[in-house]
Write a protein that binds this ligand. Structure first.
Ligand SMILES: C[S@@+](CC[C@H](N)C(=O)[O-])C[C@H]1O[C@@H](n2cnc3c(N)ncnc32)[C@H](O)[C@@H]1O
Length: 273
């Protein structure tokens, strides 16, 4: 049953976009992520994913990048069972349920106050999962997170909403807070930012995207010394492409031949520090 959702700001409402993408994907016979909890959460916040204006290609992208980020967390936690997980700009995502980490892991989810309040009502609680209501541009929210354990930090669909100075400040704060770890997020190139501002399907977020985007995946190494690019994951080369409809599959396979073309699609950038 739907809850009474408090008014969210336009930036906070962007969490519906990705939530509904995963909900729609879960309904597809060729589902990539099979996140049925996303569908339940969407209904609880009064969103009808079927009526959501999202192209099938965007839905697949949202599901696939979430799956790759889940994989980064899973791999890190397997190697560091005492890890801290940070999901920044978590929205109404259920990553903690999908990854299902052991009780030795502490998981912190951060989002703006409106989203954090809704999240507490609609996403089931889990032991060792903590929600922090904060603006990531602030310096002090990180004081609530243990600083003596290795950390894996993911940010799915967040970076475009951060100004460049805030992004650089955030990366540096993360690196200096933890003894070491991994950071992964989906990249936004300057082409993506240009496309978001012109694509009708992204009209609801066009004015909210304030990051200029960056084309060189090594650029964050300059902004935050200590950060090293470990892997640039091209979704065009993911095995899941085999499940895409024929025409899209052929086009994606063609794009996969070139890094430049692949960067026009979604990439997941994975760094260590
Ligand atoms: C496109 S949504 C993605 C949400 C979620 N990661 C997902 O995949 O469903 C972007 C999220 O970033 C959050 N966000 C944007 N700017 C933020 C900031 N300065 N501090 C904290 N959260 C922010 C928004 O509230 C929203 O929940």
């Amino acid at each position: 049953m739907a809850i009474e959702v408090p008014a969210l700001t336009p930036v906070e409402e962007s969490s519906y976009l990705t939530l509904c993408g995963r909900a729609l994907d879960s309904r597809s016979p060729r589902s990539i992520l099979r996140d049925t909890l996303a569908d339940e959460v969407a209904v609880k916040v009064g969103q009808d994913p079927a009526k959501f204006p999202m192209a099938a290609s965007s839905m697949r992208d949202v599901a696939l990048r979430a799956k790759k980020l889940d994989g980064v967390v899973r791999e890190f936690v397997a190697a560091h069972p005492d890890a801290v997980v940070l999901d920044l700009g978590v929205g109404l995502d259920n990553r903690a349920f999908r990854v299902d980490t052991p009780s030795t892991v502490d998981w912190y989810e951060v989002d703006l106050p409106g989203v954090a309040a809704v999240r507490r009502q609609v996403v089931p609680a889990r032991p060792n999962v903590h929600t922090i209501a904060a603006d990531l541009a602030d310096e002090h929210w990180i004081d609530q997170v243990p600083s003596d354990r290795p950390a894996v930090v993911v940010a799915d669909g967040l970076v475009a909403f951060l100004g460049q100075d805030d992004l650089v400040g955030l990366l540096n704060r993360l690196i200096s807070h933890f003894p070491g770890g991994d950071i992964a997020f989906n990249g936004y190139t300057r082409f993506h930012v240009w496309a978001i501002k012109r694509y009708k399907g992204a009209a609801s977020i066009a004015d909210l995207v304030i990051n200029p985007g960056f084309d060189d995946p090594h650029a964050p190494e300059q902004w935050a010394p200590g950060l090293h690019l470990r892997e640039e994951i091209f979704l065009t080369r993911a095995p899941e492409i085999a499940t895409y409809p024929l025409a899209i599959r052929l086009f994606t396979r063609f794009a996969a031949l070139s890094e430049g073309f692949s960067r026009r699609g979604t990439t997941v950038l994975h760094y260590t520090f």
